[in-house]
Design a protein around this ligand. Sequence first.
Ligand code: ADP
Ligand code: ZN
Length: 523
Amino acid sequence: MIPSEDLLPLLKKHFGYETFRPLQREIMAAILGRRDTLAILPTGAGKSLCYQLPALARDGVTLVISPLIALMKDQVDQLLAAGVAATFLNSTLAPEENRHRLEEIRSGNCKLVYLAPERLMSGDFLSVVRSWNVTALAVDEAHCISEWGHDFRPEYRRLKELRHALPGVPVIALTATATPQVREDILRQLALRDPAVFLASFNRPNLNYLVEPKQDAASRLVAFIKSRSNESGIVYAQSRKRTEELAASLRDAGIPAACYHAGLEAPERARNQEAFLRDEIRVICATVAFGMGINKPDVRFVIHADLPKNLEGYYQETGRAGRDGLPADCLLLFSRSDIVKNLRFLDQMSDEQVRENARHQLETMADFAESDACRRVGLLGYFGESWTMENCGACDNCLSPRETWDATVETQKILSCVLRVKQAGGPSVGIRHLADILAGSRAEKVLARNHDKLSTYGIGKEHSAAKWTEIARQLARKGCLAVDGGNYPTVSVSTEGMSILRERLPVTLSRLMVAEKASAARA
Ligand code: ADP
Ligand code: ZN
């Protein structure tokens, strides 16, 4: 084994790079020191090298667990081209080829062996692995082991057995998923011992984050993409059908585009992906099925035509833009009706815990979209990173701060209405119900509970119920209204809201991003 200082010549020789990227050297030193290691680095940071290079610097073979069968061949081909003895084992190999490879590995001719996790489940594979001289175990995309992650793979749970089969072999887990919950889960599930944990900043300084109200998504896409000649990008949409419709609209407007989703036959999916990687088409309209492991460095924009289900997914998907370090734009088209649609979908989930979790994630996502604060601060805060920069200079809210307005009267109306409802007895109400009372709606649920008899009924006729809903949501984000979760989230006045009422404190809100007309039309 060689000390980590001597890795530089190997880096140059095999990969042609002159320097290490941030944390790469430290991670490699930990691995070469035989420590269990968890490396959490954003996409594009260069995680693969962290286990590939140490594999070359020591005896024996490094096993690499990777969830993406489709990418294994590419990864191994690249290594072979760099003069690294590597191979892979997965279900796509013919038995004869499989046998041949096992023999090669056993005789010590391979430095890196890529394994699909499902391989671990088959027969006596674990005892086969024990007969090899395994000196390190790398778990790529380690978040797949966690149900809290965005890409849970049950097969990953079997890694524990592999770990037991190879006691004393150090494990390096790598992921781009940084939520504290997932991090904990990886440490626990893989039973990492006294691990060295490396957590890089998740800030992507070259990405611009933009959120716009969604009206006619297809024409907005066409205009946005047409304004950038020849740049390529990804459009994410919620459903298969919608990816197809959007791709068709783009093609109609003369923009070469194709779609990608799990409903396409494998050859067509592969063809579309290839065409995108080779710049034969400019835009790929995709569901979330597209992207993990796709290494196209010059994606100049990622557009979310529909609201992502959670902030984690949003971060991963936007993270596919600008991997070459050059500026790239991330545009989210946001409409509240997307939330409603998603909620309806969630209602069909049977497992209450899962449903609650999903609902909470959706709310966090919606809060991010509606927020008037720096997008970067919001995003990094979600990953537990506190970012202290007054103006990031690369998000819509920092570049063009919203106009503000004096919402003191509106706030008083909302808060006192919540108190009146409470005094009247019966169960608490949600934001929509509250908005209906204020706007003087004759909605059945209002009448049924005699809320039209409240002194605050109709005291807010100057605004639509939709507008009251928006204002109340803003107040909830500011902490003046407390919203408690559950299937039917209800509101109450928070301590802060109480002092606003009592001390008649002024309240300033920013102008809503969602166009007034559009939201009124949906109400
Ligand atoms: P990740 O798995 O973290 O998303 P990759 O391992 O795919 O990232 O690396 C992203 C890109 O960065 C690859 O093209 C890789 O060759 C390149 N890269 C990795 N390390 C270095 C380095 N030290 N110097 C220059 N380029 C690097
Ligand atoms: Zn900002």
